[in-house]
Design a protein around this ligand. Structure first.
Ligand code: NAG
Ligand code: NAG
Ligand code: NAG
Ligand code: NAG
Ligand code: NAG
Ligand code: NAG
Ligand code: NAG
Length: 496
């Protein structure tokens, strides 16, 4: 049982903060960094986790690298992307509550330095292809003002894969706003109408790679729309999956296959252009799979938006000639906020100018297999849900013993062996249950609540939660701004 480590864990936490150091010598040329994010890609949607979906490229790349097995992301888009690019928890950015909605006058705090800015400062050429979703209500929030030299992609959460239009239903007005959401730089473009997004983003990525000046290190953040709903893919990708009965799952499988092909194309381009010899290639999902839209996290419990393992335990791996260990699976605790310090240090940059980070440099853990400097992780504390203040929807792991506190109506702690709703294994818990304790190492499926058995562990974890709660900033979740209305211009974009 891992509980007894709680106290030493906290000591270790402190020790590591002091011990963070660069892991690459100043003399070695900084590596090219390619960071691919898949949207809503579930635990059971990658071949190497035993999925019926075929992902030969992801399987092969990860087999030559390090697969991350205790890797945690946030349960939804905006929080994961904001932690990825800032290295900071939601309790420190005000973005605790859900995602940034299209009409909210909000974006990731402008005072935070983001990963592309830090890499740009150290000499990197920085590109974003794909999804942003860190706010857009004014120009300063756009990716091109936040460290990316080029941007080709969309600003909101999701959209049509072909028309690149995004619709937003305004309940108060009983009106739906529909408009284009695809920009090249800061300019809306309709040149890609009816072209599938996985294809156009790959084409752009390959183009950027082909034109990259090899004298400079490259940072390519490739945030695919795939495999978020809507369920859309060119038919040829679903052809191998006629054996899948469920329609959503079959289309989803095709969407994953297109994504896997895309990853193959990008790696081919990197090899062809000679960037592969000095690359750090990362693949990550942003959150767990949406079981109601073809995704699967089986055998993990829960799904996207929930704090169960199915919502937050992510698919992720690293491939790089710089890795000292290859072909291994790391069981060490790693979280999406760890990429910023890890990558900035690898790049030979400095995090001196950032606000205090919640992420750790985990390069030695990934590359050499040394113990993770991270012994504890906070998923979130969302104070907007007041029904069990202050700890609703909050969850922490200490040495992989995990506590979950959820509002009775929010968690959806079912297991979904397939994406057909009728096959769901319902949570055995009474609807008013709000607190669970799990030993995640022995019980990754979260079947055995231990909170009654180990009240002292619950107490300890609650105290850690209180510590984090005390250290949090107020949540910022403004009302929609009617000026966002895209119907006059026909495109989504800044309105301030
Ligand atoms: C745009 O994102 C918001 C959440 O941020 C979501 O509610 C909305 O449905 C998205 N639009 C589409 C078309 O999915
Ligand atoms: C950093 O970004 C600025 C502004 O986009 C750009 O002019 C500069 O060339 C970038 N630095 C490098 C090393 O590419
Ligand atoms: C919303 O508008 C539609 C027609 O556009 C109408 O059928 C529906 O009743 C309206 N709903 C409400 C709640 O007003
Ligand atoms: C990958 O490249 C091939 C060959 O150029 C192309 O036909 C295919 O559409 C590309 N796939 C994706 C997902 O971009
Ligand atoms: C960052 O801070 C450390 C410790 O204070 C210092 O040694 C180092 O020179 C700083 N690096 C940069 C790039 O400012
Ligand atoms: C849930 O409801 C049951 C039956 O009403 C009650 O006995 C139990 O104490 C409640 N549990 C909690 C955690 O409120
Ligand atoms: C949180 O703040 C309260 C009020 O200041 C204090 O009593 C409590 O000890 C703090 N808890 C922790 C764990 O730091």
């Amino acid at each position: 049982m891992s509980f007894s480590f709680c106290m030493s864990g906290l000591v270790l936490l402190y020790w590591v903060w002091l011990g963070v150091s660069r892991s690459v010598t100043a003399a070695s040329p900084p590596p090219h960094i390619v960071l691919i994010v898949a949207d809503d890609f579930g635990w059971n949607d990658v071949g190497y986790h035993g999925s019926e979906i075929r992902t030969p490229n992801l399987d092969k790349l990860s087999a030559h690298g390090v697969r991350l097995d205790s890797y945690y992301v946030q349960p939804v888009c905006t929080p994961s992307r904001s932690q990825l690019l800032s290295g900071r928890y939601q309790i420190h950015t005000g973005l605790q509550h859900m995602t940034i909605r299209p009409c909210q006058p909000n974006c990731h705090p402008l005072g935070d330095k983001l990963l592309p800015q830090l890499l740009n400062e150290t000499g990197y050429v920085t590109h974003l292809v794909g999804k942003w979703h860190l706010g857009m209500y004014k120009q300063d929030c756009l990716p091109t003002r936040r460290g990316f030299e080029t941007f080709f992609g969309y600003l909101n959460c999701s959209e049509d894969y072909y028309t690149h239009e995004m619709c937003y239903y305004k309940k108060a007005l009983n009106t739906t706003y529909c408009a284009l959401d695809l920009l090249d730089g800061e300019v809306p473009t309709s040149d890609y109408r009816m072209k599938y997004s996985t294809h156009i983003f790959t084409e752009r990525a390959v183009d950027l790679i082909a034109n990259h000046n090899l004298e400079k290190p490259l940072f390519l953040y490739l945030a695919y729309q795939a495999v978020h709903e809507p369920m859309q893919v060119p038919e040829k990708y679903t052809e191998p999956y006629t054996f899948i009965q469920d329609n959503n799952r079959r289309v989803y499988a095709g969407m994953v296959s297109a994504l896997d092909e895309a990853v193959g194309n990008v790696t081919d381009a990197l090899i062809k252009q000679g960037l592969w010899d000095n690359i750090v290639f990362i693949f990550t999902t942003d959150n767990g799979g949406q079981t109601q839209a073809g995704g699967s996290n089986w055998p993990l419990r829960g799904r996207k938006i929930t704090a169960w393992e199915g919502g937050v335990r992510g698919v992720g791996f690293v491939t790089s000639p710089l890795l000292k260990q290859k072909g291994v699976t790391s069981k060490e605790l790693i979280q999406i906020s760890d990429w910023l310090p890890t990558l900035v240090n690898l790049a030979g940059g400095s995090t001196n100018s950032t606000k205090p980070l919640d992420g750790f440099d985990v390069w030695k853990t990934i590359s050499e297999g040394s113990p993770s400097p991270r012994v504890e992780l906070l998923h979130n504390i969302d104070p907007i849900f007041k029904d069990i203040l202050p700890f609703f929807s909050s969850q922490t792991n200490i040495y992989l013993s995990k506590i979950i506190l959820l509002s009775p109506f929010a968690g959806c702690g079912n297991w979904s062996p397939s994406s057909s709703i009728s096959s769901e294994i319902l949570s055995p818990d009474p609807v008013n249950k709000t607190l669970w304790l799990f030993d995640i190492i022995r019980d990754p499926e979260e079947r055995h609540d231990l909170s009654d058995k180990y009240p002292h562990v619950v107490k300890k974890l609650l105290s850690r939660l209180e510590f984090y709660y005390n250290d949090s900033v107020p949540v910022y979740f403004p009302e929609d701004d009617p000026r966002c209305d895209p119907r006059h211009s026909g495109v989504w974009g800044p309105w301030e």
